[in-house]
Design a protein around this ligand. Structure first.
Ligand code: C2E
Ligand code: CA
Ligand code: CA
Length: 894
């Protein structure tokens, strides 16, 4: 036993590659978006702005640093200058004090001042006051001259009194008891010869003296200049115009806070000559103002530049964004197109026009195609994109295709066309092209419609051909004939139209069944086809009618074809296991002599065919003008028939039927006559077929039925012996749905009993739709109406078939009766019909009995009833009444 081998399973489809591909494409999309101007532009502008601002702010910061440094430096320089000034003043003061001391020590306290004054060494009394104080603290001399007062408790006195120092003392700003204004006091100790304290020499000066060098030019509105004592108490301080003293200043890490809330660049320096500290300050705000102004301007300029940049960027961005959006739209459209065309069953060819130097389109190059297009052409996309239209389809120029495409480039809209490809075997045979012009080229959408076309051709063939024989059908015959007539009219020549009707086909069809009939038609069609020459056509016109269309340039040849057809049809044919023989009747019309169009030619050939039938069948007749005359008559009759019933142009005649043995009239057949206003009496043989054709037969038939019933009832009412009235029912009438009801109504309306009505139908009528016919007959029979088979022997019904029919009588057709006593064959048929009918318990009536000879033959053969000229022609009702025995005679007989 072999173990079945399974093919290895395909690896499981994991989601990851697809997922990663998706991630990749997302990344690509982001990258692309990043590269898009409309994204990168604002980013770039933002970076530019940030850089610009950072740089500028940094520069401003640096500038501020520089400005500050400059401020600091300026304060330093200020202090230098101030130091020099103050040092000079203090040095001057100290010199004065030293000189004074020396003078006091040499000349005594009172002599010193005058001595100095003499020597011109006394300082100006306007600025300085000079005083000499003794050891008790009393002012002993002064310039300007003052009253004596004591300074014993003043700090500058006590300082020197308590210390043995030769240094210069500088007091706070003080007020003496002698002077109203506050002053700074510079003091030096006086020693006596023993080196004991001998008092002080002193110089007073206003504090403002030391700040008088304040210059607005360099120090501004809120600059600061001044002196501090070692105790940080202000000796003199000027800020702007304001001079102050006595307050304590906070000096911290070289910075001096004047306590007025103004930030300043400041500096202090110790004076070497005296215990004083110099203070200088510049208002920061004032110093930085030019720089701040400058940087404000700079910032403003940058802001403006930024705004301009933002606006420019925004505009650019909008432009870029719109561009990107358009590009995205185009891309989406292209992707959609690609996706749509990829799945399409149509081939898409995107072509670009190629122009020569005169700007004339000379070819098309392929730019893009879809998968279906590759399939159609058998070439890959790359190959196609390397070729041009004319290289791919060299025949395109000759076939007009190229011209169409060029035309499509300059006319808007969709150009649609079907194209049969006969030159390029590799392409589909039938294609449908839709061409749309696009900028610089066209898009051709090509669909393979070969299958549809073939299907259409099949349908067309079916529509034009008879499915049984495969021959062209009526529609096709008319079409072809029209073409041929048109051809002869333009090119000369002649055609022959032969209308062929099979004789006796109905017998085969009715007798052997429809299958046998079909078989026979097929054989006949094949035989006819075999007789034709090249270019001749045979078609089936319908039923057992065929039409030949022959080239009659040489009429002898065409006639020979018709004769061959006649002979071929005559050959026995084996169908349904039986050999049958049919012949044909042919009517021939010659075009264009007998008619300029298909319809006329066919009509004339048909007329000639009827003539052939009349001439005994199995022959052919050429159309003549006289035939045309009868056709015109036919059309005239058809016309008149329409109003004939209303205008009461119909009447009935009655032909008596007699019992063969007794000669008694037991019934009568109603036969219709038409009193035509122009043509006189028209017989039913001429107008009944027309009424059948037009449908008029229904109304006419009903009228006949009702009239004859009423007439029969009238005779009965007149006291005559009851007759059975026979009414002919044509095929169309019998098939009509309401027949049974119409009969019932006619009986009811006339008041006649059903048993006095007989309907005559032909066997063909019954055979057409046997089940329905049987049912109708059964219904009529049930009502009490009798049925008889008319024209028996002309159809093909076998007698045995009649067994099942609810009929009472067979009427032997007059064609058999005519030759009785002359034709052995007919006699045999007649006698066998009678014998058979009797066996089926049917009564037999012979019609068309004209001679005594016929009557006796029928009598000898047991025929039951007679009808014919021998007894009486069909007569008007009043004549028939006269033929019947008088009522009293009958009463006597009864
Ligand atoms: P049919 O039913 O076979 O009628 C008998 C025909 O034979 C009648 O011709 C009649 O006049 C004729 N006939 C009678 N005796 C003789 C005779 O001894 N010798 C000859 N040669 N002929 C004789 P008609 O009246 O011209 O009718 C022709 C046909 O028209 C009828 O044939 C029947 O099929 C049809 N027909 C007549 N009237 C009506 C009708 O009312 N309705 C229908 N549907 N058909 C009718
Ligand atoms: Ca009849
Ligand atoms: Ca008949």
């Amino acid at each position: 036993m072999t173990v079945p081998q399974f093919p290895p399973l395909p690896p499981p489809v994991s989601a990851s590659p697809r997922a990663s591909a998706r991630k990749d494409s997302r990344r690509v999309r982001w990258l692309r978006r990043g590269l898009d101007t409309y994204t990168s532009l604002p980013l770039f502008a933002l970076a530019l702005l940030a850089g610009l601002w950072l740089l500028s702010l940094h520069e401003i910061d640096l500038g501020r640093e520089r400005a500050r440094a400059a401020g600091v430096e300026a304060v330093g320089e200020l202090l230098n200058t101030y130091e020099a000034q103050v040092a000079r003043s203090v040095d001057g003061i100290d010199q004065t004090l030293r000189v004074l001391k020396y003078a006091v020590e040499r000349s005594g306290p009172t002599g010193a001042l005058p001595e100095l004054n003499r020597e011109g060494l006394l300082p100006s009394s306007a600025v300085y006051a000079v005083l000499v104080v003794d050891r008790h603290g009393m002012v002993v001399a002064s310039n300007p001259q003052q009253q004596a007062f004591s300074v014993a408790d003043q700090p500058y006195f006590t300082f020197h009194q308590q210390r043995e120092s030769g240094g210069l003392y500088v007091s706070e700003v003080l007020r003496d008891s002698a002077r109203a204004e506050a002053h700074l006091h510079f003091a030096r100790r006086l020693d006596d010869a023993q080196g004991n304290f001998a008092g002080i020499v002193m110089l007073e000066v206003e504090p403002g003296y030391f700040t008088s060098s304040y210059e607005r030019g360099s120090l501004g509105q809120r600059g600061m200049l001044g002196l501090l004592g070692p105790d940080d108490v202000v000796r003199a301080l000027r800020i702007g115009d304001q001079v102050s003293y006595g307050q304590r200043l906070v000096v911290q890490r070289g910075r001096v806070d004047a306590g007025d809330g103004v930030a300043r660049f400041s500096a202090t320096r110790q004076l070497q000559l005296a215990p004083l500290r110099l203070v200088a300050g510049l208002d920061e705000a004032e110093q930085m103002a030019p720089f701040e102004r400058e940087s404000r301007d700079k910032l403003w300029a940058i802001a403006m530049a930024s705004l301009a940049l933002v606006i420019a960027t925004t505009l650019l961005w909008i432009w870029a964004w719109q561009g990107a959006r358009n590009r995205a739209r185009v891309r989406r459209a292209r992707e959609t197109f690609a996706a749509a065309s990829a799945a399409s069953h149509d081939g898409f060819f995107v072509m670009h026009e190629i122009r020569d130097e005169n700007d004339v389109i000379v070819d098309f190059s392929f730019i893009d195609v879809n998968a279906r297009a590759e399939q159609m052409t058998g070439m890959s996309r790359d190959q196609l994109c390397r070729t041009t239209l004319l290289e791919l389809i060299p025949a395109a120029r000759a076939s007009g295709m190229f011209e169409q495409l060029v035309h499509a480039t300059c006319v808007e809209g969709v150009h649609e066309r079907e194209w049969e490809n006969t030159d390029e075997p590799q392409f589909p045979r039938w294609m449908q092209k839709q061409v749309v012009s696009v900028e610089g080229g066209i898009v051709a959408i090509v669909r393979d419609i070969t299958e549809r076309k073939l299907a259409e051709e099949r349908v067309l063939h079916l529509a034009h051909h008879d499915p049984l024989t495969g021959l062209p059908n009526r529609m096709r015959i008319t079409e072809r004939l029209d073409q041929m007539v048109a051809a002869t009219r333009s090119a000369g020549g002649a055609i022959m139209v032969a209308f062929i009707d099979l004789d006796g086909f109905k017998l085969v069809n009715d007798g052997l069944g429809h299958n046998a009939g079909d078989e026979l038609l097929k054989v006949v069609a094949a035989r006819m086809t075999a007789c034709l020459r090249l270019g001749d056509i045979v078609g089936r016109f319908g039923g057992d009618e065929f039409v030949l269309m022959l080239d009659a340039a040489r009429s002898d040849d065409a006639t020979a074809v018709i004769e061959r057809v006649c002979q071929a049809v005559l050959q026995p044919i084996c169908v349904a296991g039986q050999d049958v023989q049919v012949s044909c009747s042919i009517g021939v019309a010659l075009g264009p002599h007998d008619g300029g169009d298909a319809e006329t030619l066919l009509m004339h050939a048909d007329a000639a065919m009827y003539r052939a039938k009349e001439a005994g069948k199995n022959n052919y007749q050429f159309y003549t003008r006289e035939m045309n005359f009868s056709i015109e008559q036919k059309l005239q009759l058809m016309d008149g028939l329409r109003g004939a019933l209303e205008q009461q142009q119909f009447r009935l005649v009655y032909q008596p039927k007699v019992e063969l043995q007794t000669g008694r009239i037991f019934g009568a057949e109603a036969l219709v006559r038409w009193d035509h206003p122009e043509q006189g009496v028209v017989g039913p043989d001429r107008f009944i077929p027309l009424a059948e054709e037009s449908g008029m037969i229904i109304a006419l038939g009903e009228w006949v039925l009702r009239t004859s019933c009423r007439q029969n009832q009238a005779w009965q009412d007149a006291g005559m012996a009851p007759l059975r009235i026979s009414v002919n029912v044509s095929p169309r009438q019998f098939e009509e749905q309401g027949l049974v009801q119409r009969v019932a109504r006619a009986l009811a309306d006339s008041g006649m009993e059903a048993q006095w009505l007989e309907l005559e139908v032909t066997e063909g009528v019954i055979m057409r739709d046997l089940p329905q016919a049987l049912e109708k007959m059964a219904q009529l029979r049930a009502m009490g109406v009798s049925l008889s088979i008319d024209d028996f022997g002309t159809g093909y019904s076998s007698l045995s078939a009649l067994k099942s029919f609810p009929i009472s009588t067979l009427k032997i057709d007059k064609s058999f009766v005519r030759d009785l006593g002359r034709s052995d064959g007919d006699e045999a048929i007649a006698s066998s019909i009678i014998a058979l009918a009797h066996r089926l318990k049917l009564r037999v009536i012979a019609e068309g009995v004209e001679t005594e000879q016929q009557r006796s033959f029928l009598a000898d053969n047991g025929c039951d009833e007679l009808q014919g000229y021998l007894i009486s022609r069909p007569v008007p009702p009043e004549r028939l009444a006269q033929m019947l025995p008088a009522p009293e005679t009958q009463a006597e007989a009864a």
